[in-house]
Design a protein around this ligand. Structure first.
Ligand code: ADE
Length: 256
């Protein structure tokens, strides 16, 4: 039977996933709790990624080598970089780059040395499933009452018409919280839709082990001077619900 990992970036997201799992059992490795059980009939392992690229890489490695997962879904939040990417929107990755990787002039900027890769490509089929799941959840969110996410909760944050985007997500060991920094990232990587701290590291590990992965992020801020404002409340009240709703939709599609 296939075993799928659900990797959450934040506690609120993991808590929401665990509440929906009837039989989860914790197993501790490298100081992390890996919750082994079921979600909507699928065998799953749910875990926090940890924060930053190394933490996420360790988590992904353990999921693959110790827990034998054969697919990884990664949910979390990100700062919006693309001009039209707003708070409350959802971004599904079709490429992931480590924006702080720079071994130039020995290797091209952004390329992970000795791999020849500067843009890790997540699994197309799994990303399609996340994309379709996100579209459904966003359509529900725009309505009065979704199955898992109600519009009133979003409107409290001024989110009225959340949209989905698909494209490049960039990762680095920095919470981007100034206009100057986000502008510099936009200049360096004009295609980037969103910035976070783990996705491209997890994608590198999955690339090495040839394990399919897909990444979805809810936009919590615009990676500017106001990026930290309301971050925690947004996580608890909006992003955690998005993540669970999108993951459950995706599982339904995977079963179909
Ligand atoms: N995750 C959410 N917002 C972020 C930001 N502004 N920078 C890096 N990671 C983030």
């Amino acid at each position: 039977m296939s075993r799928l990992a659900i990797v959450a970036a934040m506690h609120d997201e993991l808590r929401a996933v665990l509440q929906a799992m009837p039989d989860e059992v914790p197993r501790v490795r490298a100081g992390r709790e890996f919750w082994v059980g079921h979600l909507d009939g699928h065998e799953v392992v749910a875990v926090l990624a940890g924060i930053g690229k190394v933490a996420a890489a360790t988590t992904a490695t353990l999921l693959i080598t110790e827990f034998q997962v054969d697919r990884i879904l990664f949910t979390g939040v990100a700062g919006g970089l693309g001009e039209h990417v707003r708070v409350g929107d959802v971004v599904v990755a079709d490429g992931l780059t480590q924006h702080d990787m720079d071994a130039s002039p020995l290797f091209p900027r952004f390329e992970v040395p000795l791999t020849g890769v500067s843009r890790f490509v997540p699994d197309a089929a799994l990303s399609d499933v996340l994309w379709r799941a996100a579209q459904t959840v966003l359509a529900e969110a725009a309505g009065a009452q979704g199955e898992h996410l109600d519009g009133a909760r979003l409107r409290a944050f001024g989110i009225t018409a959340p949209r989905g985007h698909r494209g490049l997500i960039i990762s680095g060991d920095r919470f981007v919280s100034t206009q100057n920094e986000s502008e510099a990232l936009r200049q360096a990587l004009p295609e980037a839709l969103a910035v976070e701290m783990e996705g491209a590291a997890l994608a590198q590990v999955c690339h090495d082990f040839n394990v399919p992965c897909a990444v979805v992020r809810t936009v919590s801020d615009r990676a500017d001077d106001a990026a930290h404002v309301d971050f925690n409340r947004f996580m608890a009240e909006v992003a955690a619900h998005y993540s669970l709703a999108i993951v459950r939709r995706a599982l339904r599609l995977l079963a179909a």
